[in-house]
Ligand binder design. Structure first.
Ligand code: SAM
Length: 277
């Protein structure tokens, strides 16, 4: 693993405690309420459809609340993440919720060495590709886990949004970072995570921009066929100080500028071949 990803690993490992805390991911509520499905999975399930009886691989599953939501919707789930602390937390939440799930600690690019077989649905969402230095390889690896006839889903932050200056508090959308990919990542030191009040000692994290064309091309080159591409005006977390929280807990721009920049994109794609379940 290179120095950038080692730094990211330290940062992600440390975030886990804060995300498990009462003001983090709402883990206790998730465990106590067996019908609770995270808002991220509620959103994506409405697009993907019924997953009962499907095998599902969740890439970059973090502490597993989304993965386990898919299990509650009837899928047989496997989650992967490179953070040992996140994987430990995910296994603990699964055990305390009485849910069957497999969680695998692996760097994404090494996943084929640790996970065997193929899946009806390969899923990744909300803060995934910015941690990947090489999107072509990312797509090849994840497409390799899709069964013939199976599907791949990504929903992630829109690269046009991620190029903006997130420190502006004057309702100005100002481009500060590259939209297009550069080999050298950008360091975003931050002593807080996107959820919870815990402060971080491992403040540094490195991320890479990937344009929409890069994402689409990587998936097509990996042998997937595009079924649906969408762009959204909401985000699951607050990126700009002047974003407004909606009743469903998602964040949007003030109405006057809501149409000015996309917040997220999603792509549903399929591997040609025999019909998967
Ligand atoms: C923003 S989180 C994804 C969050 C997920 N959507 C959720 O809310 O549960 C990003 C995840 O990617 C993982 N990650 C970052 N770089 C990775 C890599 N190179 N290989 C595997 N996992 C990685 C981190 O450990 C973290 O759990």
């Amino acid at each position: 693993m290179d120095e950038y990803r080692k730094t990211n690993l330290a940062n992600w490992d440390e975030r886990v405690a804060g995300h498990m805390a009462p003001d983090g991911y709402g883990v206790d509520q998730f465990i106590e309420n067996p019908t609770r499905i995270t808002s991220v999975v509620q959103h994506d399930a409405a697009k993907i459809g019924d997953v009962s009886g499907l095998t599902l691989l969740h890439s970059q599953c973090h502490i597993g609340t989304d993965t386990l939501s898919w299990a509650r919707l009837g899928a047989t789930v496997t989650g992967l993440d490179f953070s040992p602390k996140a994987i430990d937390a995910a296994r603990g939440i699964a055990a305390r919720s009485g849910l069957d799930a497999t969680f695998v600690e692996t760097e994404l690019y090494d996943a084929p060495e640790h996970i065997s077989g193929t899946f009806d649905l390969v899923y990744t969402s909300v803060g995934a590709i910015c941690w990947m230095p090489d999107l072509t390889k990312w797509a090849q690896i994840l497409a390799g886990f899709v069964k013939p006839g199976g599907r791949f889903w990504i929903r992630d932050s829109h690269p046009a949004l991620m190029a903006l200056d997130d420190t502006r508090d004057d309702e100005q959308l100002v481009v500060r970072f590259p939209y297009f990919h550069q080999a050298t990542p950008i360091n975003f030191p931050d002593e807080a995570s996107y959820l919870g009040s815990a402060t971080l000692e491992n403040k540094d994290s490195y991320s890479w921009a990937h344009s929409i064309a890069d994402v689409i091309t990587a998936l097509m080159d990996a042998g997937l066929t595009l079924e649906r591409v969408e762009e959204y005006k909401h985000l699951d977390w607050q990126f700009l100080p002047f974003m407004e929280k909606q009743e469903d807990e998602t964040w949007v721009l003030p109405e006057a500028i809501r149409d000015n920049v996309p917040m997220q994109f999603s792509i549903l794609s399929k591997k040609p071949g025999a019909e998967s379940k």
